[in-house]
Design a protein around this ligand. Structure first.
Ligand code: NAD
Length: 492
């Protein structure tokens, strides 16, 4: 990792961008091109191929051929493990390049791209590689006259559609378990963050992952994404993105071959701080981190801060103090904590939520500071005294906008936390152990943190309840998405 913005900019100037689809071992392009824009400057980085159903058809055919006739699903799991470990080593040796692409295309601070994003990708691929040859099937006791086998088979060709906020981590969460069990893949990355995913697929080929196992088609969601969703030769579709788009993928499946659809969707996570929290300073630091990290563009961002009334003002003031001190600026500066918003469209969406809140005369206790640049900038914004049913507490904004909500009792906190169509994550800060467990049980969310935020490990599953999705990424439970269960009954 370079130690200055100047060195990073110098390095970026030497990069050759991948701009074509990857289908088998071929680099193919499309008549239509789309632009990749640097959100830090608003300037065009490069043009890339804008695929449609034509290129999706080619990519699915390549993945189908690799699945039906190629070596990948037929390798001993031990051999798939070796391939995946080599893939991870190849990624690691291109760490600067991948991190730079992420920062260039979506504005994540380079220390987070190089650290958090690449660490997550590498750990995920290595963890699932190690799991590949440790999966056992089942033989139930069915009496002397028969032998029953419950075996798991790779589901086949998997379509992967991802968002732009963690382009490599989220791609890794899908492809690593799918690769481990022998599936082949067609990835449609977000149009905002395709460069890093294209480079990842090139590195897969360079590292020896066989042709056709990982294919990438870049393009718009409504064209290439939809074409993958409705494709009759795709066996499962693993999606991460907004709830609205997730709903479309269920329609696509219903209208085509009833492929399995796995959804990791939006969130509006409640971060509940009781007055008896063991360390209020740690809670304030976590609340502030959660709203500025990745410019608030995180599905699990703690965007609803629920404060017990006695600490409401002091805690809010402390969060504001911390947010005022963060370093916002050039994401290629290794000291930068917060970069731009990923796109002009996303900035407009966030600003329209802020304008709407202002029009309802909500109390804006921290306004965004003005940043003189052509890029897409917004620093953290905090609204206080928000009612649980207000749009600011209900809608996913996907930006650095915090809604502070007061509560009095434990029951009220649980009620407010569950008063959401989403159920991705939540946190509870309290010294009372039995309260922590009682509240954690009652909250409808895929993950509940106690006295921390956003902690985790590859061993624990990640995913949502309610309209935050279904299925789980990470952990052995992620394998369920990419395996079919078969019963073989042998009459003896
Ligand atoms: P998005 O739904 O707009 O796009 C996600 C992907 O879907 C992109 O590749 C896009 O091209 C594609 N797409 C868009 N419209 C489509 C359509 N009609 N048909 C087929 N494909 C389509 O989401 P986004 O703006 O890229 O990402 C932000 C969203 O992702 C937020 O809602 C966030 O909460 C969610 N997210 C969820 C998780 C999670 O794990 N639960 C993680 C990260 C982000």
């Amino acid at each position: 990792m370079f130690d200055s913005a100047e060195k990073w900019h110098g390095f970026v100037a030497t990069l050759k961008f991948p701009t074509t689809h990857i289908v088998g071992v071929e680099r193919i392009t499309s008549p239509q091109q789309m632009t990749v824009v640097n959100p830090t400057t608003g300037k065009i980085v490069t043009n890339i191929a804008q695929g449609t159903e034509i290129e999706i058809d080619l990519a699915v055919a390549a993945a189908r051929n690799a699945f039906d006739n190629g070596p990948w699903p037929r390798l001993a799991p031990r051999e798939r493990k070796e391939h995946m470990l080599k893939f991870a080593d190849t990624i690691e040796s291109h760490r600067d390049e991948l991190a730079a692409l992420v920062t260039l295309e979506m504005g994540k601070p380079i220390s987070d791209s190089w650290g958090i994003e690449l660490n997550a990708l590498l750990r995920t691929i290595r963890w699932f590689a190690e799991l590949a040859d440790k999966i056992y099937d089942e033989v139930p006791h069915v009496g002397e006259g028969a032998l029953a086998l419950i075996t798991r088979e790779p589901v086949g060709v998997v379509g992967v559609v991802t968002p732009w906020n963690f382009p490599l981590t989220l791609t890794g969460w899908k492809i690593a378990p799918a690769l481990a069990v022998g599936c082949t893949l067609v990835i449609k990355p977000s149009e905002i963050s395709s460069l890093s995913v294209l480079r990842l697929a090139e590195l897969a080929l360079e590292s020896g992952i066989p042709a056709g196992v990982i294919n990438v088609v870049t393009g718009l969601g409504t064209e290439a994404g939809k074409a993958l969703g409705v494709h009759n030769d795709v066996d499962a579709l693993a999606f991460t993105g907004s709830t609205a788009t997730g709903r479309q993928f269920l329609h696509y499946s219903a209208d085509s071959n009833l492929k399995h659809v796995w959804l990791e969707l939006g969130g509006k996570s409640a971060n509940i701080v009781f007055a008896d929290a063991p360390d209020l300073e740690a809670a304030a630091q976590a609340a502030a981190w959660g709203i500025r990290f990745n410019s608030g563009q995180m599905c699990t961002a703690p965007t609803r801060l629920l404060l017990q009334r006695s600490i409401q003002h002091s805690f809010t003031n402390r969060v504001i103090e911390i947010l005022q001190e963060i370093k916002v600026g050039d994401p290629f500066d290794p000291l930068t904590q917060m970069g731009p918003i990923a796109s002009a469209k996303q900035l407009n969406t966030i600003n329209s939520h802020i304008e709407s809140a202002r029009s309802r005369n909500l109390q804006e206790v921290l306004k965004s500071s003005t940043i003189e640049s052509d890029g897409f900038w917004l620093s953290p914004v905090v609204f206080s005294g928000i009612l649980p049913d207000d749009a600011l507490a209900q809608e996913e904004i996907f930006g650095p906008v915090l809604a502070v909500i007061a509560f009095d009792t434990e029951e009220e906190a649980v009620h407010i936390a569950n008063n959401s169509k989403y159920g991705l994550a939540a946190a509870i800060w309290t010294s009372d152990l039995s309260r922590a467990h009682k509240v954690a049980r009652k909250i409808k969310a895929g993950t509940v943190w106690v006295n921390c935020y956003e902690e985790g490990d590859l061993t624990v599953p990640f995913g949502g309840m309610k309209q935050s999705g279904n299925g789980r990424d990470k952990s052995i439970h992620a394998l369920d998405k990419y395996l079919e269960i078969k019963t073989t009954w042998v009459q003896l």
